[in-house]
Design a protein around this ligand. Structure first.
Ligand code: AMP
Length: 411
């Protein structure tokens, strides 16, 4: 479906043309008409599917059509990175619109606080905020919420995982009861449905995203021993003309080690993790987006929602603990129907977690033999891995006599 068919006002169409958006993605096709009709909605959509435009466009259009003044739309998001990214999209779409927006997120910078305070006091039309920081501003009393028409919770599941439930409820208590509420979430567990019942009135449900990486991602995996991982990365990167690569690892310690090792091996790389100050994180992301830095090593803080065009390769240095995180990491490549490659390193102990990922995405990911120079890796054999281990016996306190119980293999 073309964007011109939704009945958007001309200014919105002009913004879309400037952004070179022509055809709506499936999630946009499903959500834009009901949102334009003022319906509440819960939508299951993952990043990379075009979900940001799916809620911003109809909400901006309603704002223009109604000539509303003051604060109109509040978007709550889990992370500062996502807040900044949505605010940037907002500026793109809103270029031709008489709409002001501000991203409100934490940081120790007094200048940042004052800029946020000014925008909130003078009545920015759209606020994109992380919950904690918004509450700090709300408690000062200068944010006027009475004109608000739209509340959007983006990555609602992530916000609940991060413990923002109370904060969200507190923020909602400041908002007019009469409003349109939209929830976007990558997954739809019970706690999200419960929250929807609390916050939404009669709502539509849109369920586009099965938890599968976007089409166009070529996925592969290597069975490796831990010590083979760095040589494997070197072998994968050597002599290739890749413009944009993200390497994910679960811990910040590992992220730092990988970055240093790459650097030593002549691959300039930057690391991004939660130990960095906000301004340094922003700078690293800026350099990566501008292609001044080709390799970014990251923890999962950037796995969700961060929008960088044209990432050629995602490497999962380790198998993510949570199968959904795999989808988010891999979703960094092949955004909005381009193509990309995602490679995962599996050690023997990660095999069963990897199998869970394959079940979730309903795909068997091909296991690629290691390059010769890296040596031979372990066999991929998730079923027999635990069985091959000796069960340990539990002894009673007096010692000596086994209690007869053996460890059960974890399913
Ligand atoms: P999102 O899922 O909102 O993070 O969007 C993923 C990327 O797709 C962003 O770079 C958007 O700017 C881009 N995008 C979203 N919708 C469209 C569309 N209809 N046509 C082209 N690009 C799009």
């Amino acid at each position: 479906m073309k964007f011109t068919e939704f009945g958007f006002s001309q200014e919105v169409i002009d913004g879309l043309e400037a952004m070179r958006f022509e055809k709506a993605t499936p999630v946009q096709e499903a959500t834009i008409p009901p949102i334009m009709n003022g319906k509440d909605m819960i939508a299951c959509a993952q990043t990379g599917t075009g979900k940001t435009a799916a809620y911003l466009l109809p909400v901006l259009d309603r704002q223009v059509q109604s000539n509303s003044e003051g604060l109109n739309t509040l978007v709550l998001v889990p992370t500062r990175e996502l807040a900044m990214q949505i605010d940037q999209q907002m500026e793109g779409f809103g270029y031709f619109l008489p709409i002001t927006s501000i991203a409100v997120y934490g940081g120790n910078d007094a200048g940042l606080w004052n800029a946020q305070k000014n925008a909130l006091t003078t009545g920015a039309n759209v606020i994109v905020a992380t919950p904690g920081r918004l509450i700090q501003h709300l408690s000062m009393g200068y944010v006027k919420m009475d004109t608000l028409k739209h509340l959007i919770l983006d990555e609602a599941d992530r916000m609940l995982d991060m413990g923002f439930y109370e904060d969200i409820m507190q923020i909602v208590s400041f908002l007019p009861k009469e409003r349109q509420t939209l929830m976007f979430s990558a997954t739809m567990p019970k706690k999200i449905r419960d929250m929807a019942r609390e916050l939404l009135s009669e709502y539509e449900e849109v369920n586009i995203a099965l938890s599968k990486p976007a089409e166009g991602v070529l996925q592969g995996a290597y069975m490796t021993y831990e010590t083979q991982k760095m040589p494997l990365i070197n072998s994968l990167l050597k002599g290739k003309d890749l413009k944009s690569i993200v390497i994910f690892s679960s811990t910040k310690q590992k992220v730092k080690e990988i970055q240093q090792s790459l650097q030593r091996n002549g691959f300039p790389a930057k690391a991004i993790h939660s130990d960095l100050e906000q301004k340094d994180r922003t700078e690293v992301m800026r350099e990566f987006k501008n292609r001044n830095v080709q390799i970014l090593v990251a923890t999962d803080i950037i796995a969700r929602g961060i929008d960088v065009e044209g990432i050629d390769l995602v490497i999962n240095f380790d198998v993510p603990n949570d199968a959904e995180d795999y989808v988010h990491r891999v979703g960094r490549t092949a955004r909005a129907s381009s193509t990309g490659v995602a490679l995962t390193f599996i050690t023997e102990k990660d095999q069963q977690d990897f199998q869970k990922i394959e079940e979730l995405i309903e795909t068997t990911i091909i296991k690629i033999p290691l390059p010769e120079e890296v040596g031979e890796g372990p066999e991929y054999n998730p079923k027999s891995y635990n069985k091959g281990k000796k069960p340990y016996k539990r002894f009673n306190k007096k010692g000596g006599k086994p209690s007869g119980k053996y460890r059960k293999d974890k399913k």
